[in-house]
Design a protein around this ligand. Structure first.
Ligand code: SAH
Length: 279
């Protein structure tokens, strides 16, 4: 995929660079962002998705990209975006990130989301797959600020996150994300539409912040219970929970004979409260 000048960004494996070459898919991802306002694209690369996001006049787009070469490419391709000029109405008064323009060179995982977007921001991107879980954990930490995420990830990761209880791939990230977000598996994307093609299939998912303000239990303990439960996912919960928390004075919870993958978010909340009263 070459720029008019014949120049293109050299794909770097260490940065998870697989450039999308199918414009229809890029357009569909941009359209899947359901609300407007401030939107942050992670890892714009050569801007295939960026161009469609910039076309939306209900969105004020920011971008964060770690790769200097990609930044240079996008600065040339989208000069207005890079300097922070804005067609949609300027949200820069509400947000604190515009000295550098709206295209930021940096690492999303180290980026001060709260300082930069105190009023909140939607997150979108064809994510670098090597850090997709870390991106979701960062979203969870900032869930009060992030109403929506639209992301392309490895298909297995998308399935895991979106699956309901009872499925084989339902796991820790499924429960923790589903506690705070409604998850939709939007569509599957094949290897062939990337350059270079990744080894695995991809999928686009949408996370929409649900109405939950508080879980109804100690949230730190909830995370511990979920992690402990899935630590031994093939065993009954009794074993997994006793290994992590002790034997609860010999008491049994009705879920003790279930396996972690069967429990819904609400049931994990119930279990967390029960554990909390006994440790
Ligand atoms: N959006 C482009 C590129 C996707 S590849 C497309 O669809 O073609 C993933 C992109 O994420 C790469 O450009 C890579 O440089 C960038 N990236 C990798 N790690 C990053 C990080 N920690 N923070 C921000 N961007 C990152």
């Amino acid at each position: 995929m070459n720029h008019e000048s014949g120049y293109a960004v050299r794909a770097k494996k260490s940065l998870g660079q697989h450039f999308l070459t199918d414009l229809n898919i890029a357009r569909k991802i941009a359209e899947a962002v359901s609300g407007g306002g401030a939107v942050l694209e992670i890892g714009g690369g050569m801007g295939v998705l960026t161009q469609f996001l910039l076309e939306r006049d209900d969105i004020t787009l920011w971008g964060i990209e770690i790769d200097r070469e990609s930044i240079a490419y996008m600065r040339e391709k989208f000069p207005d975006f890079a300097t922070g000029r804005n067609a949609a109405g300027d949200l820069s008064e509400e947000n604190n990130v515009q000295e550098e323009g709206r295209l930021i060179e940096g690492d999303f995982l180290k980026f001060g989301l709260r300082e930069s977007f105190p009023k909140g921001v939607r997150v979108v991107g064809n994510f670098p797959y090597n850090i997709s879980s870390q991106i979701f954990f960062k979203v969870l930490e900032n869930r009060d600020l992030v109403p929506e995420v639209v992301g392309m990830v490895q298909r297995e990761v998308a399935q895991r996150i979106a699956e309901p209880p009872g499925s084989r791939t339902y796991g820790i990230t499924s429960v923790l994300l589903q506690a705070w977000y409604d998850i939709e598996y939007l569509f599957t994307v094949s290897e062939g539409v990337f350059s270079p093609p990744p080894k695995v299939k991809s999928a686009v998912i949408r996370l929409t912040r649900n109405a939950t303000k508080e879980l109804g239990c100690d949230e730190a303990l909830f995370v511990k219970v979920v992690k402990a439960a899935f630590g031994q996912r093939r065993k009954m919960l009794r074993n997994a929970l006793r290994a992590a928390f002790g034997n609860f004075g010999g008491e049994e919870h009705p879920f003790f004979t279930e396996r972690a993958e069967k429990l819904s978010v609400a049931q994990f909340v119930e279990l967390t409260n029960w554990v909390g009263e006994r440790i």
